[in-house]
Design a protein around this ligand. Structure first.
Ligand code: NDP
Length: 339
């Protein structure tokens, strides 16, 4: 069995979901309520592969909210992720994806040092960040969207915002090894890590986001921002492609103007309907078939019987593993979403 650990994007989102699901008493509660709420199994899932194989899984809502990352709630955020992992393990899940901020919190706060949760000893090889499949899907989206919108990669300047992150660094390595892009612009806050990445790649220009945007034909957003930032379309080239892979979204509003193509980054579409209700809650356009690539990674590992932490640690994603997960992604009927 596979598992998915997820969370909602904000307190406001959590309140509206509670209202929608028929829990008005939760809908009026503030952050303190969500801080004390335990993880819940909220969905049981059946997925059929394009090969006909069927698997079952469950969805664990961690009750973590990005607002908890502010100040004194960090311990709460850590507890949420560990408790959700313990719940998945207690339910005999073989491989569970740590969605959205779950894996970021795991890495940032070194949770591998905290493997005891009450009477449960967490077995980390039963969890995956799902980031290898996410990076693979974003790279496919770069290829397919550039073809669709007439951007020649050989003449393109590509910005990766969140370049030093787990997904961002994998995308940079792939762009370097597998494409002939003209220029790679690297954006993040920590300058030391940016210099390190630039040295490893042997290329790339480090820039502030405001300076990178007007030069970019393609912008890949994979920064772990708790809240999206506002983009002024006047600062963007035409045509340009914006691939927003953040959860929550890195861009606070949808930029809809002629020549600006916004893609939901890291999202896949399955070739068959999935028996679940959870993707409706996170506002997917086609909730029976569309999902986060990290969740699809747990499904792929289950389909293939690879019960191992395929994606683990930070900045360890290899192009070989992206190819490997990409091959089984196609085999089981997933494809990158190009809106
Ligand atoms: P990491 O924490 O590994 O990396 C985050 C990167 O963003 C770092 O380079 C960080 O560098 C940078 N960053 C953070 N804040 C800012 C900011 N304000 N401005 C510019 N750069 C910033 O995260 P992941 O690679 O694991 O995940 C990236 C995003 O992808 C997240 O939003 C995550 O939720 C989403 N995601 C989506 C998935 C999907 O299936 N679609 C799956 C998994 C993750 P620095 O701190 O130096 O700024």
């Amino acid at each position: 069995m596979f598992g998915l650990i997820g969370h909602l994007t904000s307190l406001e989102h959590a309140q509206s979901v509670a209202r929608e699901l028929g829990y008005p008493e939760y809908a009026d509660q503030g952050l303190e309520f969500w801080c004390s709420a335990p993880p819940q199994i909220v969905d049981r899932i059946k997925v059929t592969s394009a090969t006909g194989q069927q698997i079952e899984g469950l969805y664990v809502e961690s009750c973590f909210l990005p607002e908890m990352l502010a100040g004194s709630k960090i311990k709460t955020a850590i507890r949420k992720i560990l408790n959700a992992m313990a719940l998945a393990q207690k339910n005999d899940v073989d491989i569970t994806a740590l969605g959205g901020f779950s894996s970021i919190i795991f890495e940032n706060f070194n949770l591998s040092q905290m493997s005891s949760v009450r009477n449960i000893q967490l077995e980390f090889n039963r969890f995956t960040t799902g980031n290898t499949h996410t990076a693979y899907i974003i790279c496919r989206q770069i290829e397919e969207a550039s073809r669709k919108f007439g951007i020649d990669l050989a003449k393109a300047t590509v910005t990766v915002c969140g370049a030093t992150g787990d997904i961002g660094s994998a995308v940079c390595r792939w762009l370097d090894a597998r494409t002939n892009i003209k220029e790679l612009l690297l954006v993040a806050r920590n300058q030391e890590r940016l210099q390190e990445l630039q040295a490893q790649l042997g290329r790339g220009k480090v820039l502030e986001i405001e300076d990178a945007l007007p030069q970019s034909d393609i912008i890949v957003w994979v920064a772990s921002m708790a809240k999206g930032m506002a983009i002024d379309p006047a600062n963007l080239k035409r045509p340009c492609i914006l691939i927003d892979g953040g959860y929550p979204k890195n861009m606070s509003t949808l930029v809809q103007e002629e020549g600006i193509h916004v893609i939901d980054g890291g999202i896949v579409e399955h070739s068959l309907d999935i028996d679940w209700k959870i993707m409706k809650i996170v506002n997917m356009t086609a909730p029976a078939r569309q999902l986060f690539a990290c969740f699809a990674e747990a499904m792929l590992l289950e389909f293939e019987g690879w019960h191992t932490n395929f994606s683990w640690g930070r900045n360890q994603i290899s192009i070989e593993n992206m190819d490997k997960i990409g091959e089984v992604s196609i085999k089981h009927g997933f494809r990158p979403l190009i809106n």
